[in-house]
Design a binder for this molecule. Sequence first.
Ligand code: FAD
Ligand code: DHB
Length: 386
Amino acid sequence: MRTNVVIIGAGPAGLMLGRLLELAGVDAIILERKSPDYVLGRIRAGVLEQGTVDLMDRAEASTRLHAEGLIHHGIELSFDGDRHRLDFTKLIGRHVMIYGQTEVTRDLMNVRKAPTIYEAEDVELHNFDGHSPHVTYKKGGITHRIDCDYIAGCDGFHGVSRQSVPEKALTTFERIYPFGWLGILVDQPPVADELIYAHNARGFALCSQRSHTRSRYYVQVPADENVENWSDTRFWDELRLRLNPETAKALKTGPSIEKSIAPLRSFVAEPLRFGRLFLAGDAAHIVPPTGAKGLNLAMSDVATLADALIEATIEKSQAGVDAYSAKVLQRIWKAERFSWWMTSLLHTFPETGAFGRRIQRAEFDYLCSSHAAQQSLAENYTGLPS
Ligand code: FAD
Ligand code: DHB
């Protein structure tokens, strides 16, 4: 087989890249390790920046998103029960959209016409530092080979693409946080119209949502916590303790339809191009989920990568591929900074003690009183320009 681009991974980054290339007439084959149902079963992000919505429009995959997505004009911050609403529309004239990553993935799967090969095992990348790269994989016990011009590594943090790069060619930057997020999905109306990010001495909590009838809640737990230790009742009791009493009273609970723990990590690999291999999305970087940047950042990477690969394939110009790594890293580091800052403000860090909590309180009070600080948060949360 031969194609222009082999894309490794059919998460949101791989599927979006595949769709943008397809629409521009650039051939691409996607190789995905898991089954479509497995990919759709992963409950992850829920907040889309306008740039991501615009990209779904460009991908001609946004009909359901515009019909079912919820426009949110702001968020609530809460610190030890004291509440403050940030109105993004008033502050900077922008908003975000609530629409689950699962639905983004499903919509991109549905519009795709070119092949995605699911359950592709033992994917290996070859000769990407030369002129004629190829990728091999196993399916049904048979080894297949695809020759290509470029390889896009969109296979997430644990994927094979970044691991295929010689260690000395890669610099990585990492911070692992001593906690994770325990998340629960429930078919109950959300506790509030907008998201609530809550700091509490017991730890962070987030009230999020997927629709008017489906809610997503998170509580900060130690990094080594086991999900089996958390009955639904324990989760709801803990969540109530971390919220403002009025909010806690309004909470509508029910049996969880999904429950999982996500570790928190900041990570960046540099550079993001190795000859004819490019890394994008979680394969290139991880942000802690506070601030909802992970999915949005993956989407902005592949928007830039798609333009570069289209330019290289159709116009035979290398300018875009040459500029890719430096261009996306600028935006990646800004999102890393914001996600690290939101995480630092809202979580409890046992090692920083009473001084650390006073600083967090001062930061919250400053935010509540400073228009400039609120604008800065709003600008970052709704998405910086690419
Ligand atoms: P992924 O979604 O990870 O997709 C990569 C794909 O590559 C997967 O389908 C995988 O199966 C496939 N793959 C991996 N290895 C191979 C291989 N060797 N061969 C072939 N295919 C392979 N972000 C937020 O903004 N808010 C959240 O609440 C949030 N929660 C999260 C919870 C968890 C548990 C995780 C892991 C991430 C979460 N994120 C969240 C981050 C967000 O979901 C990611 O940033 C987003 O999924 C990135 O998309 P991606 O396509 O780059 O990677
Ligand atoms: C969700 C996740 C986030 O990380 C966030 O900041 C907001 C919402 C969510 O899963 O709904």
